[in-house]
Design a protein around this ligand. Structure first.
Ligand code: GLU
Length: 467
């Protein structure tokens, strides 16, 4: 297997959401393919016709696209390959690696009871029947599994996992209506797609044993297995709704950046020394499936927030402007064209404190407000004659300044000195007047974010209010 170029794949079932565990599986497959110069493919496992809607498939495409983990080839749809799955079942029959089982429902039930009483798995009497015994009634096709010895799943993450063959019943490949079962479809598709490495959640570890037997029945190369531990919540329990989020789209909605998610998800079960923050290029260079740890990974919101803040501070401002504008629009804020450059000017001044895009949007609300601003009670209470007089003099002082943070900082400082008061005497009132009580950066930053006209306008509005 090792001489073939690596082909990995993600094989999600479209269930209506894309679980964060699927995203991590996609990332590890993607990293391993990139690391080895191989290919990363995608298959939509849409054989459950009730759950598989076009919308559910779209959710997966959107999730992978958002994460920046798109496949190298168009997706394969499993349901469309039913004929091929049947064909392989026929071939297994022809090779004597499978058989037709004509047990009726009652017979099967009786055998089940018996097997349970005898502490063994179900065995069909048709396993060793000759083809001319075949009656004219419905049948299932079963794999003729070895009954002795063991099946080894040599897993890159879990190590050597041994399954006693006597504990594996003869897996159904085709049901009485001729539809292929899940394990058959997965093996046929992975084989036909040339998949060399099956990297997936460890809830599929038992399937790996059964799938190995199908590969062997066909005389096909068994892929390299790597079963990843599940992602748990911060409390160690299986990740569920109460942990805050499970779906990729929820992380997007909560304002996490895809590059932060990639960095974070890479760290869930894998790592490179103590490195917390790394680029895609570094992850690709360092990633090896052998280094994935077998213990469940726990979601850690504080770490995710820390990474997200890092990437928000690094991101291109134009991109952050678009994303911030989208958050505001999503909150029904009617943005005007002219707001976009204002947002772009504000973002560098406020992003250091933002852990998510929602927080970044919160931090930019003050610039979007329209004059005249509604002022909070607290600010109104500060606007006595003394403060008004001072703000009016400050207005005249700053009006002639360069509108930069350093010039304005300097101007405010020397104004306070000239007035013989601390900035605390007028700063809070100024802040309230400029921000309307919304979060805002320091005074000079707030003035720069708003721009000169808007700043002076907001000051004038407040000063012309009747006391
Ligand atoms: N469709 C399976 C799932 O969503 C994945 C199967 C596989 O990766 O082999 O859990």
């Amino acid at each position: 297997m090792s001489d073939r170029p690596v082909v990995t794949r993600i094989a999600p079932s479209p269930t209506g959401m894309m679980h964060i565990g699927t995203a991590r599986t996609a990332l590890f497959n993607w990293l391993y393919a990139r690391h080895t110069g191989g290919k990363f493919l995608m298959r939509i496992e849409d054989t459950d016709r009730e759950r598989s809607t076009e919308a559910a498939v779209q959710v997966i495409f959107d999730g992978l696209k958002w994460l920046g983990l798109e496949a190298d080839e168009p997706p394969v749809f499993q349901f469309a390959r039913v004929d091929r799955h049947r064909e392989v079942a026929q071939e297994l029959l022809a090779r004597g690696a499978a058989y037709k089982d004509f047990m009726s429902a009652e017979e099967l039930e009786a055998e089940r009871e018996k097997a349970r009483a005898e502490g063994r798995v179900v065995r069909s009497p048709w396993r060793d029947a000759t083809p001319n015994d075949a009656p004219a009634r419905p049948f299932v096709v079963r794999l003729k599994s070895p009954q002795e010895g063991e099946t080894l799943v040599d897993d890159q993450v879990k190590g050597q996992v041994r399954f006693q063959n006597k504990d594996l019943d003869d897996l159904i490949l085709l049901r009485t209506d001729g539809t292929p079962t899940y394990n058959l479809a997965v093996v046929v598709d992975d084989h036909d797609m040339g998949v060399t490495h099956v990297i997936r959640g460890d809830d599929h570890l038992n399937n790996a044993a059964r799938q190995t037997l199908i590969y062997q029945g066909m005389g096909w190369d068994v892929p390299v297995w790597a079963h990843l531990p599940l992602i748990h919540g911060p409390d160690g329990a299986k990740l569920s709704k109460r942990h805050g989020a499970q779906a990729v789209s929820e992380f997007d909605d909560m304002g996490y950046l895809p590059e932060a998610m990639r960095n974070y998800l890479a760290k869930l079960g894998w790592g490179h020394g103590d490195d917390e923050i790394f680029s895609d290029e570094q992850a690709i260079a360092w990633f090896d499936i052998k280094d994935v740890v077998g213990a469940p990974a726990r979601l850690d919101w504080a770490k995710l927030n820390h990474l997200n803040n890092h990437y928000i501070r690094q991101a291109d401002v134009e991109r952050l402007t678009t994303l911030t504008a989208n958050v505001h629009r999503g909150r029904d804020w009617k943005l005007r064209e002219a707001d976009l450059p204002v947002l772009a000017r504000t973002i560098p001044l406020v992003r250091d404190g933002a852990k998510t895009m929602l927080e970044l949007a919160d931090a930019t609300v003050f610039v979007l407000k329209q004059r005249p601003l509604e002022l909070p009670e607290k600010t109104l209470g500060m606007l006595n004659d003394e403060t008004r007089g001072r703000l009016s003099r400050l207005r005249d002082r700053v009006a002639g300044q360069d509108w930069t943070v350093s010039a304005l900082e300097q101007a405010i400082r020397s104004f306070a000195e000239a007035e013989g008061v601390g900035i605390g005497k007028f700063g809070p009132a100024l802040r309230g007047v400029l921000s309307g009580g919304s979060p805002a950066p320091d005074l000079a930053g707030t003035l720069v974010a708003l721009g000169k006209d808007e700043s002076l306008g907001r000051l004038d509005d407040a000063l012309s209010r009747s006391a």
